[in-house]
Design a protein around this ligand. Structure first.
Ligand code: DGY
Length: 503
C-alpha cells in the first residue's frame, strides 16, 4: 500500500495569545491585515519546509490566501460565544456534527476556542448519554422546528430529541494529538473522554439493542443526509393526518429547489410528533415503534472511525477497560458492515431494518467505509471502480448520489450536490487505501469549487455553482483544516481488516 496520508503537524497554535484572533480584537484593519499576512507567511513557510504542499502559481496562491482569510472570518462571524452556528439565519443554533467539524477548523488558528466548541457541545448531553442533533442555546425565530416544537423533557427543552453523526472523537483526537498546549489539552481531554464514551455507549444501547454491530437511525435527520434517496423506500410510511399546520423557515433563506420537498418534511414531522408522544425518553420504545429504522452508512462509518480515535485516546489516558470495550464495538462493527456490502453493485448500501432490504440507491456515503477503514482491499478496489465511473458523468467530485440514477438532482440538498466534509472523508479514506491519485482529484476539485463559488453549504457537481446557505461554517473549517494543507485528523493506526487496529 502506498504511503498513507502525510500529516504535518498543525501550525503553531498561537490561539488567543499571539494569533490572529487575539489581535483582531484590539487592532485596526490595516494592522490586522499585516498580522494576517505575517501569520500566513509563517504558516506557508512551515508547510513548504516540510514539503507537503504542491507548487501552486501565484494567482492561485493569492486566491487561496483570500479564502483562508474569509474562512477565519466566517468562523468568527458565526461564533455565538462558545459555539458556532452553521450559517446565520438558516441554522441559528449549535448543530452537533457541524460543531465537531468546525472545532477542527478553529484548531488551526485558535486552539482554546476549538476546545470550547466541544465543551459547549457536550454541555447539554442527556442523562442517558445522548448528544442531541441541535442545542438551542439562544432563542431564534429563523428556524423551524425550534425548541417549542421538539418539547424534549431534558432540562427544560434545550435540545432536539434525536442525535447526529458522532464526529466529536475525531476532532478531540486531532486536537489532542497536535496540541501546542499539552497541559491544558490533557485537562480538556480528561474531561471530554468520559462524555464521548457515554455517547458512543448510547448509540449501541439505544440504536443497536440486538447487538448487530451497526446502529440504526430512527429519523433521517440523525444521518445528517436528510433527504438522501437511500431511504426513499423507507420513507413511504403514512403521513400523520393530525399533523399541526406548520410554516417552514428554510425556504425563506434558500430556494425550494435546493431543499427537501413538502412531502418529505411532512414525514420528518410525522416522526418527530410520534417520538414526542413517547416523550423521547425511552430509546428502547422508540426503537420499537419508529416506522423508520435504517442502518445508515454515514452514521455507521463515522461511528466506526470515531471508535478508532476514541480507542487511541483511551490508550493515551491509560483507560484499559475502555480500550477493551471499544475493541468489542470495533470487532462487532466489522461483522455488522459485512451485511451492508452489495457484491453485485460493488458498493456498500444502507439497509432498511424493518424490511431487511438493502436500499437501492448508491450514495456518496457508500465510500465512507474507506474513511472508517472497515472495507477490505478488494471492496476498496470495487468502490474505486464505481467512483471513477460516477466521475465520468459530472465535472466535479463527489456527487451525493450516483449521477446515473434517474433521481439525481444536481441542486437538491443530499440528492446530488457535493458536500465538502464528505469529500474530505472520502479523500482521506482513499489515501489510507493507497489511492492517492483519486484522493488528489477530490481535493483539487474541492479547491476549485471554493475558489469558484466561495464558502457555500454545498455545490452543484455539474456546473460547480454554490448552493444552499452562504458563509457556511463547516465549509470554512474544511478550507482551513484540509484544503489549505494536507493535514487534518491523523490516524496513526492501520486501516484495513479485522483486528488491524491492534497492530
Ligand atoms: C435541517 O433542518 O435542515 C436540518 O438538517 C435538521 O437537523
Amino acid at each position: 500500500m502506498a504511503e498513507i496520508a502525510r500529516y504535518p503537524s498543525l501550525l503553531p497554535l498561537t490561539g488567543k495569545v499571539d494569533g490572529p484572533t487575539a489581535r483582531a480584537a484590539s487592532a485596526g484593519p490595516a494592522k490586522q491585515d499585516k498580522d494576517h499576512a505575517l501569520w500566513r507567511e509563517k504558516s506557508l513557510r512551515r508547510l513548504f519546509s516540510i514539503g507537503h504542499i504542491e507548487h501552486e502559481n501565484e494567482l492561485e496562491q493569492s486566491t487561496r490566501d483570500q479564502i483562508v482569510k474569509d474562512s477565519m472570518e466566517v468562523l468568527r462571524s458565526n461564533d455565538r460565544g462558545g459555539y458556532t452556528v452553521p450559517a446565520e439565519g438558516l441554522y441559528p443554533f449549535q448543530w452537533n456534527w457541524d460543531s465537531a467539524i468546525v472545532a477542527a477548523g478553529w484548531a488551526v488558528f485558535d486552539e482554546l476556542r476549538a476546545w470550547e466548541e466541544l465543551e459547549t457541545l457536550f454541555s447539554d448531553q442527556w442523562k442517558d448519554g445522548m448528544v442531541a442533533s441541535i442545542n438551542f442555546h439562544k432563542f431564534s425565530k429563523t428556524y423551524f422546528p425550534g425548541p417549542e416544537i421538539w418539547g424534549t423533557p431534558e432540562n427544560p427543552s434545550k435540545t432536539s430529541g434525536i442525535s447526529q453523526p458522532p464526529v466529536a472523537a475525531l476532532s478531540a483526537r486531532f486536537m489532542y494529538e497536535h496540541t501546542a498546549h499539552p497541559v491544558e489539552a490533557k485537562k480538556n481531554i480528561e474531561d471530554l473522554f468520559p462524555k464521548i464514551l457515554a455517547w458512543h455507549r448510547w448509540w449501541y444501547k439505544a440504536r443497536d439493542p440486538n447487538n448487530t454491530g451497526v446502529v440504526a437511525i430512527l429519523h433521517p435527520w440523525e444521518s445528517g443526509m436528510d433527504n438522501s434517496p437511500a431511504w426513499d423506500e423507507s420513507m413511504t410510511f403514512p403521513i400523520d393526518p393530525t399533523l399541526p399546520p406548520y410554516e417552514r423557515q428554510d425556504l425563506t433563506h434558500v430556494n425550494a429547489n435546493m431543499r427537501p420537498t413538502k412531502d418529505t418534511y411532512d414525514r420528518y414531522l410525522t416522526l418527530l410528533y410520534r417520538f414526542k408522544r413517547e416523550n423521547f425518553y425511552d430509546p428502547d420504545k422508540l426503537y420499537e415503534i419508529s416506522p423508520f429504522r435504517v442502518t445508515d452508512l454515514c452514521v455507521n462509518s463515522i461511528l466506526f472511525r470515531a471508535n478508532r480515535d476514541l480507542r487511541w485516546l483511551a490508550l493515551q489516558l491509560g483507560k484499559t477497560d475502555a480500550v477493551a470495550e471499544i475493541e468489542g464495538w470495533l470487532d462487532n462493527g466489522f461483522e455488522g458492515f459485512k451485511k451492508l456490502w452489495d457484491e453485485e453493485a460493488g458498493l456498500f448500501k444502507c439497509q432498511d431494518q424493518i424490511t431487511g432490504k438493502l436500499e437501492d440507491a448508491a450514495i456518496s456515503a457508500a465510500f465512507l467505509p474507506l474513511f472508517a477503514g472497515v472495507a477490505t482491499r478488494e471492496q476498496a478496489a470495487r468502490l474505486v471502480e464505481n467512483l471513477s465511473t460516477w466521475l465520468k458523468h459530472v465535472k466535479y467530485s463527489v456527487p451525493s448520489l450516483d449521477p446515473q440514477d434517474p433521481r439525481f438532482e444536481q441542486l437538491r440538498y443530499w440528492r446530488g450536490p457535493i458536500w465538502l466534509i464528505i469529500n474530505w472523508m472520502i479523500s482521506n479514506g482513499l489515501r489510507h487505501y493507497g489511492y492517492d491519485k483519486l484522493a488528489d482529484r477530490i481535493r483539487n476539485d474541492s479547491i476549485e469549487l471554493t475558489n469558484k463559488a466561495g464558502l457555500r453549504e454545498y455545490f452543484d457537481p455539474v456546473t460547480g455553482d454554490g448552493a444552499g446557505g452562504t458563509k457556511f461554517s463547516w465549509t470554512a473549517a474544511m478550507c482551513l483544516g484540509w484544503l489549505d494543507r494536507n493535514a487534518v485528523i491523523a490516524i496513526g493506526h492501520k486501516m484495513s481488516g479485522p483486528k488491524d487496529y491492534l497492530n
